[in-house]
Each structure stands twice: as structure tokens, then as C-alpha cells.
Design a protein. Structure first.
Lengths: 114, 113
């Protein structure tokens, strides 16, 4: 099993550009989520999905869109990049939403917006 | 607002020594408390999990404790190794699940020879 994979590993954008961060998992997990990690702050939830076709907003959803057309894939779209979106982005998946289920994280995408 | 505070922010210890990392939280009620290890440039990996009714949980050289009355948890690392150098993150999950999770800011541990 590859687990949770993310592409790209690193990306530089100019303000106003758009891009999609890819996330895929091969564990048949229903729950997937996107976090951002900023210096001096804990990971913050951007969007999440409890299954194909179902998505919802987390703590910091502004400026991001998601969709979940398959169980395996959960892409994160930046509509018009801003310097405040410079961060490290992590995708995670788990069998369910309960804290008793282990979340598995991808290796992260480091994004720099100039 | 739910908070999870960790101390110290950073720590340097000699290889072979023990150390204890602290976590204070305000999340209430909660269903699970987890400690994660995050190596530089990698995603977090779960080390231990406790329910609100458990007091201690071990995973090899890692032992987590929980005092639900004082809302404190600690992670004790025994006989540290160079590979223990990483950030350690305390995570509190409420009954609503990961949709309402709160992550701590982490303690960065460096183990030196």
C-alpha cells in the first residue's frame, strides 16, 4: 500500500494564480481531510469529506475548494492564490471520523505564494 | 475556543536520557487524546491514543499519561535515541470526531550524541 500520497511536493505560485493540490489514498478510507500547518500554530482543518460526493468546511475554508468524486481522491483547489496561503498542506485519511480511528497523513505539499 | 497548549516549545537532550513533554487542553468533553510524532519534512504519525477514561498508554519507549481532572497529558520518552529527534504533537478529538479536532503547536525535540 502506498498509503496517502500528495503531489506536488513543492510549488511556487504568483498572487492570483490558481492550482490544485492532489491527494490520493489506497486504503479505501471514507474520511479524508485537508490541513494547513503554519509556524507557531497547530494544524488547522480546511475541508473534509465523509465519503464520495460529500464535503464540508473546516475551520479555515476561505479561498479553497474541494470535491470528492471517488473514494480514493480528494483534491484541494486554490482559486486565486494569496501570500497568506503560503503554508505546508497535509492531506489525511481514516476509516471513519471517530477519534478512535487512526488518521494517516500524506507527506505534505509546501506552497509558496509570492 | 478550544485550545491545546504544549510545553516546552523546544527541548535538547543527550542521547540515552529521558524526557517528558507536557500538554494542557481546554477541550471538553473529549473522546480521545493522541500524541503524534512528526519528522522534519514529513506528515504526523500517531504514537499513542487514549480515551477520556484511560490514565496511561505505552508504545515501546513512549508512555503517555492523562489526567482528565486537570486536563493535562504528558508524553514520556525513555532512553532517547537520535531518531527521536522530531516534533511531538498533542491532539484532542471531541465526541463530534475529527471534524472538530484541535491540534497543539508541538514540542520540537532534538536528541544529540
Amino acid at each position: 500500500n502506498a498509503g496517502v500520497t500528495q503531489t506536488p511536493k513543492f510549488q511556487v505560485l504568483k498572487t492570483g494564480q490558481s492550482m490544485t493540490l492532489q491527494c490520493a489514498q489506497d486504503m479505501n478510507h471514507e474520511y479524508m481531510s485537508w490541513y494547513r500547518q503554519d509556524p507557531g500554530m497547530g494544524l488547522r482543518l480546511i475541508h473534509y469529506s465523509v465519503g464520495a460526493g460529500i464535503t464540508d468546511q473546516g475551520e479555515v475554508p476561505n479561498g479553497y475548494n474541494v470535491s470528492r468524486s471517488t473514494t480514493e481522491d480528494f483534491p484541494l483547489r486554490l482559486l486565486s492564490a494569496a501570500p497568506s496561503q503560503t503554508s505546508v498542506y497535509f492531506c489525511a485519511s481514516s476509516r471513519g471520523t471517530s477519534g478512535g480511528e487512526t488518521q494517516y497523513f500524506g507527506p505534505g505539499t509546501r506552497l509558496l505564494v509570492l | 475556543k478550544n485550545q491545546v497548549e504544549q510545553s516546552p516549545q523546544s527541548l535538547i537532550i543527550l542521547e540515552g536520557k529521558n524526557c517528558t513533554l507536557q500538554c494542557n487542553y481546554t477541550v471538553s468533553p473529549f473522546s480521545n487524546l493522541r500524541w503524534y510524532k512528526q519528522d522534519t519534512g514529513r506528515g504526523p504519525v500517531s504514537l499513542t491514543i487514549m480515551t477520556f477514561s484511560e490514565n496511561t498508554k505505552s508504545n515501546g519507549r513512549y508512555t503517555a499519561t492523562l489526567d482528565a481532572d486537570t486536563k493535562q497529558s504528558s508524553l514520556h520518552i525513555t532512553a532517547s535515541q537520535l531518531s527521536d529527534s522530531a516534533s511531538y504533537i498533542c491532539v484532542v478529538i471531541p465526541p463530534a470526531g475529527y471534524q472538530k479536532v484541535t491540534f497543539g503547536t508541538g514540542t520540537k525535540l532534538q536528541v544529540i550524541p
